[in-house]
Design a protein around this ligand. Structure first.
Ligand code: HEC
Ligand code: HEC
Length: 290
């Protein structure tokens, strides 16, 4: 009788070992299958890319006069890549690419507005020509280029050395033309729209027909002679420097000029975000407005 028990036990143990082996090798088999599936998907995606995308995005995604490069570190490298940062995209890179390919971009983004045509819609879901598995394949093909940038280190962000709030420091020579651009990019013109004295929140910078409303370059040194002047500047250029980095030193009288806290409504952080060159350029621009 005991040999039956022994054979029974043995076959049970053997069966379990066999099961275990199949379970383990099944994982391997699935992994191999996955890799093969991905390889096929990328291959199909490559063919779809060549016939549908290369005319605009160039062979190998190098870009052309019709569309931006896709095989490029600013799209595929970094975490998140630069273009996703610029777009304020919170999702994954794959989702960013998938969404763009599936839905297209009927509206140009600012950065790519100069391209003559818009990015077409590809998914049938949104009225395009591709099935969803074809969209997935072409996305897998584009994503595969990311392997080119695994060791890519993005250039470090330029560090700004802030100018600070001490208006006696010596500034570099200013460039009025650069300053004219800066006042728009920095956002000054949101408040200082200076057309013929018409302005929204801050004083106009251009002269108007009102004789008390000189251009900012003429007005700056005259401010120091006013009996109500409370600041510390000793020249027109310093007055402009002071107005930018320490708006409360002298508040130009005006109903809309102060907030509920009694301070100037001008941002108070320019001294910590602008570098000396930018401030010098802006001052040169303001001084040129006679
Ligand atoms: C008619 C030209 C054209 C064709 C064809 C085209 N695209 Fe585009 N694509 C564009 C343009 C233009 C943009 C930039 C759109 C914008 O942001 O305003 C763009 C943007 C993109 C972007 C986003 C790039 C980024 O950095 O934000 C991806 C991804 C993309 N295309 C993939 C594809 C794929 C994949 C195909 C083929 C299925 C394709 N495109 C076909 C013109 C084209
Ligand atoms: C949120 C609105 C706002 C922004 C943005 C702003 N300003 Fe002003 N600015 C004002 C107001 C209001 C005044 C008047 C109160 C005061 O003197 O602080 C003023 C005053 C000034 C003055 C003095 C004007 C005079 O007649 O004496 C100068 C110069 C000036 N700003 C330059 C700038 C520059 C340069 C920038 C960008 C770096 C800027 N401002 C951004 C609202 C703004």
């Amino acid at each position: 009788m005991t040999w039956r028990v022994i054979v029974g036990t043995l076959s049970f143990v053997l069966t379990m070992i066999l099961f275990g082996y199949v379970a383990v090798s099944e994982q391997d088999r699935m992994a191999t299958f996955d890799t093969a599936y991905q390889a096929r998907q990328i291959e199909t995606g490559g063919q779809l890319y060549e016939s549908n995308c290369a005319t605009c995005h160039g062979l190998d995604g190098k870009g052309s006069g019709r569309a931006p490069a896709l095989n490029s570190p600013d799209l595929l490298a970094g975490n998140p890549p630069q273009r996703l940062k610029d777009a304020g995209w919170g999702g994954t890179l794959r989702d960013y690419i998938h969404t763009t390919v599936a839905g297209g971009r009927p509206q140009a983004t600012v950065k790519f507005a100069d391209y003559p045509e818009r990015m077409p819609t590809w998914s049938q879901e949104f009225g395009g020509p591709m099935r969803s598995d074809q969209v997935d394949s072409v996305v897998a093909y584009v994503m595969n280029w990311a392997l080119n940038y695994q060791n890519f280190t993005p250039a470090p962000e330029p560090t700004v050395v802030p100018v600070g709030t001490d208006i006696t420091v010596e500034l570099p020579a200013g460039d009025a033309a650069a300053g004219e651009q800066d006042v728009t990019t920095v956002g000054c013109t949101a408040c200082h729209i200076s057309v013929g004295g018409a302005t929204t929140l801050g004083p106009a910078w251009l002269a108007s027909s009102d004789p008390n409303d000189q251009g900012m370059g003429t007005r700056a040194p005259l401010r120091l002679e006013q009996s109500d002047y409370t600041g510390k500047a000793t020249s027109g250029a310093q007055y402009l420097f002071e107005s930018i980095v320490n708006p409360d030193a002298y508040i130009v009288p005006g109903g809309t000029h102060v907030g509920a806290d009694g301070k100037s409504i001008m941002p108070h952080n320019y001294g910590t975000v602008l570098d000396a060159q930018k401030v010098a350029d802006i001052i040169a621009y303001l001084e040129s407005l006679k």
